[in-house]
Design a binder for this molecule. Structure first.
Ligand code: ZN
Length: 285
């Protein structure tokens, strides 16, 4: 147990003794990967859990020093959470191997436990950092009839329907299962504003939901549709002079922790194909 918050510093060296790294870092997500001169890649901290999903749209560039060099020595600074075995935050400093100038990555706040593994294993070997898998986004300025057509398609397939929405009266994000009538009511704007609607092959029992400490209710992971047998309709946004812009995301395969592309359940794969055919016809105008 840590008696105080004295910082623990650790210079990052791989099993092979390499310590000069190229860095690709996704700032808003605090997720990154580093690569040695012999082309071995490692995830930073717990980045393996998020990396592949985050790089599907955009691959982060290699970080450069102002002297143009792109190799750095890394030091992780762990701030313990007093009276626990955990860490409160981790800071990563990158020191240029040519000019020694020091850069700091954004502070990584640790809000989970246990977290001692982040000190024991600050980096994790990654066989293949760049893997793409096929995802689909259906989007556009749909008419009310088109939106209803899509909703009814999923109702007719007997999928579970869930809604994540903003309850304005209680100023909270809420989540509930919807009947067909309730779904129509949400889509027609008679209900509260929805943040997302999920059409799912199985009940949402195992899907992680967090209640945020800010008292603003439930948070649901943005990328829930990537790993689960789920179609996700995002809450639309208004584009002036065009109307409401809709987007639905889904995919028939996902990446496991080792970076293998795995097909989703056969029934869901068939459904994604069928839905693509259906939506092509429906939205052909
Ligand atoms: Zn430099």
């Amino acid at each position: 147990m840590y008696q105080n918050e004295a910082i623990i510093s650790k210079l990052i060296v791989t099993q092979d003794g390499e310590k000069d790294f190229q860095i690709r870092f996704i700032r808003d997500e605090n997720v990154g990967i580093i690569c040695t001169p012999t082309d071995k890649s490692y995830f930073l901290l717990d980045s393996a859990d998020y990396w592949y999903d985050l790089i599907q749209e955009k691959y982060p560039p290699i970080m450069k020093c102002s002297c143009k060099n792109d190799r750095f020595n890394l030091t992780f600074e762990y701030t313990p959470r007093e009276g626990t075995e955990d860490f409160r935050e981790i800071n990563i400093t990158c020191s240029c191997t040519v000019c020694q100038k020091v850069k700091r990555l954004p502070t990584i706040e640790i809000d989970y436990s246990p977290s001692s593994q982040l000190l024991d294993h600050p980096i994790t070997f990654c066989k293949q950092p760049k893997i793409k898998y096929k995802t689909y986004s259906l989007m556009g300025y749909w008419s009310d009839d088109e939106l209803l057509g899509i909703a009814n398609y999923f109702i007719n397939k007997n999928l579970f329907v869930y809604c994540w929405y903003w309850d304005s009266q209680n100023a909270q994000r809420c989540f509930k299962e919807l009947s067909a009538t309730e779904l129509h009511s949400f889509l027609s704007g008679n209900e509260e504003r929805y943040l997302a609607i999920y059409f799912s092959e199985e009940p949402f029992n195992n899907i992680s939901m967090q209640t945020t400490p800010d008292g603003k209710g439930i948070l649901i992971q943005q990328d829930i549709w990537r790993k689960n047998n789920v179609f996700m309709l995002r809450g639309p946004f208004m584009v002036v002079s065009r109307g409401l812009f809709y987007q639905m995301d889904f995919c028939s395969e996902y990446l496991d922790k080792d970076g293998n592309i795995v097909p989703k359940a056969a029934s869901f794969c068939a459904l994604t194909k069928d839905f693509q055919k259906f939506s092509k016809k429906l939205l052909k105008n």
